[in-house]
Ligand binder design. Structure first.
Ligand SMILES: [Zn+2]
Ligand SMILES: [Zn+2]
Length: 317
């Protein structure tokens, strides 16, 4: 089968169709999407070598099994189920985990993937297969609110109006927070405003403008310092950015202002699918380009353009 391989450079390569291990099923990829994490991996993040990609919708090919022919999305962390972290309910932090297209496991930029059946969620009929690729990043946005129980009266600043920042903003808006989404790029704040998201350019944010919760979705090593500068003392900084370039941050500020710092990564898929099914979140305007899988290298070039949001790839049927 064809796959997009990263080995210091991106290249399409013929590799064998994966053989499902015990408890796994074979999935034919229908749609995939390029995430900022994929672009960071190409710059050296995680030191990954192999087939890239983790955002997908696929069809299960497992004759005789309950999931056969079902359209599914899949959680990206594949855990062992028996280590201390798994047994204490922290499966996404499993010591022995592999992560689709990020660590130790083949990714979804290929014709097929094999995944543990337990990682899969059936896509509701009313959610189109190309929209379901947003389940993973939307789950990551929802994770913040799973981790941090904020009063709806709190003010929230979301830094970064990129793909994840917009999804976080949509979830914050849904919950009634007094939120503002801030970016340095005018096209991005204009785009956010067009989606009805309360958005502002960073240059229009005054030094005295502060929030109780600042969420860094900038995808930039410099984002933390900006977010901290606009956080009230005793406020919470939520970090969503993972970059190849690591940030250097003066921690004195955190001590003096008694900030809480919360790292936030992957989230639960079911609430994300619920929001998509109930049409409470519509990510479709965020699709900036569509490519066929054979043109995936062009799709990557398009994804690198900071003005673009989600790039969707259609795999052949
Ligand atoms: Zn992603
Ligand atoms: Zn484990």
């Amino acid at each position: 089968m064809q796959a997009l391989f990263f080995d210091n450079e991106l290249l399409t390569r013929e590799i064998p169709v994966p053989e499902p291990a015990e408890g796994e099923v074979l999935i034919k990829i229908l749609y995939s999407a390029i995430c900022s994490t994929d672009l960071e991996i190409i710059k050296g993040y995680m030191g990954f070598r192999g087939v890239l990609g983790h955002e997908f919708t696929g069809k299960v090919l497992a004759p005789g099994q309950a999931l056969d022919q079902k359209t599914v999305v899949g959680e990206i962390n594949c855990s062992c189920g028996h280590c201390y972290l798994c047994l204490s309910g922290r499966q996404s932090h499993c010591t022995n985990r592999t992560v689709i297209g990020i660590a130790g496991r083949q990714g979804v930029f290929a014709d097929f993937i094999s995944l543990p059946a337990g990682n899969l969620h059936i896509v509701p009929d009313s959610v189109a297969a190309d929209i379901a690729v947003f389940t993973e990043p939307l789950a990551a946005a929802i994770e913040i609110f799973e981790q941090l129980h904020m009063k709806p009266s709190k003010t929230v600043f979301i830094f970064g109006a990129g793909k994840l920042g917009l999804l976080v903003s949509m979830v914050a808006r849904l919950q009634g927070f007094d939120y503002t989404t801030i970016d340095t790029v005018k096209e991005k704040t204009d785009f956010a405003l067009g989606l009805g998201i309360n958005s502002k350019s960073l240059k229009d944010v005054q030094p005295e403008d502060k929030a109780e919760v600042c969420i860094d979705c900038t995808g930039s090593a410099d984002g933390i310092a900006v977010a901290l500068a606009h956080l009230w003392p005793k406020g919470t900084l939520v970090l969503k950015t993972t970059v190849a370039d690591t940030a250097k941050q003066d921690l004195n500020n955190i001590v003096i202002n008694e900030f809480t710092v919360l790292g936030s990564r992957c989230g639960l898929f079911q609430p994300a699918l619920n929001l998509l099914e109930r049409k409470l979140i519509d990510p479709s305007p965020m699709i900036s380009g569509r490519y066929e899988f054979k043109d995936i290298l062009k799709a990557f070039e398009s994804a690198k353009n900071p003005k673009n949001h989600k790039i969707i790839i259609r795999h052949s049927n």
